[in-house]
Design a protein around this ligand. Structure first.
Ligand code: AMP
Length: 136
């Protein structure tokens, strides 16, 4: 169930400020408060969707199109379309999703390395120069 008091819902309602990059009918994009790369933006749909499962199941076609077009637009505004970038969606518990409002990260402005790497006793996910560990 969607939590109307999650931080991105508050940003959408204007109750919390954000460093806005782009906004249209379908999406809002803003800088991540804790950047993990030289460029780190978040793109969120304006609709109340918890995650990709919720969005894929319940969003209208025009919202789905709006989100994808918004992602492309934001990459263009950030100036990373030519140099390249990574868009990433953490989904649910195992995906490491912290904010329960669907969002995509856009990382860029530097070489980001290869996707994720697996460490023997756990997962090691490379985010810029930082490493995060999950141990079973
Ligand atoms: P995730 O793990 O994909 O749910 O990531 C949530 C992201 O939201 C993190 O990268 C946080 O740094 C970011 N974040 C949390 N609160 C804010 C905020 N008020 N403004 C901008 N970014 C935020």
């Amino acid at each position: 169930m969607y939590d109307k008091n999650n931080v991105f819902a508050k940003i959408l309602r204007g109750e919390i400020p954000c460093n806005k990059i782009y906004e249209d009918e379908f999406v809002l994009a803003f800088k991540d408060i804790n950047p993990q790369a030289k460029i780190h933006a978040l793109v969120i749909p304006k609709g109340a969707y918890v995650d990709m499962d919720d969005f894929a199941l319940n969003a209208k076609s025009k919202e789905i199109e709006g989100l994808i077009r918004g992602l492309g637009k934001v990459a263009n505004i950030l100036g990373v379309s030519t140099s390249g970038y990574r868009y990433l969606g953490n989904n649910g518990r195992d995906g490491g999703q912290e904010v329960p409002h669907l969002h995509f990260h856009i990382f860029g402005g530097q070489s980001l390395g290869r996707m994720i790497s697996i460490k023997k006793d756990g997962w090691r996910i490379k985010k810029s120069t930082q490493f995060f560990f999950w141990w079973d």
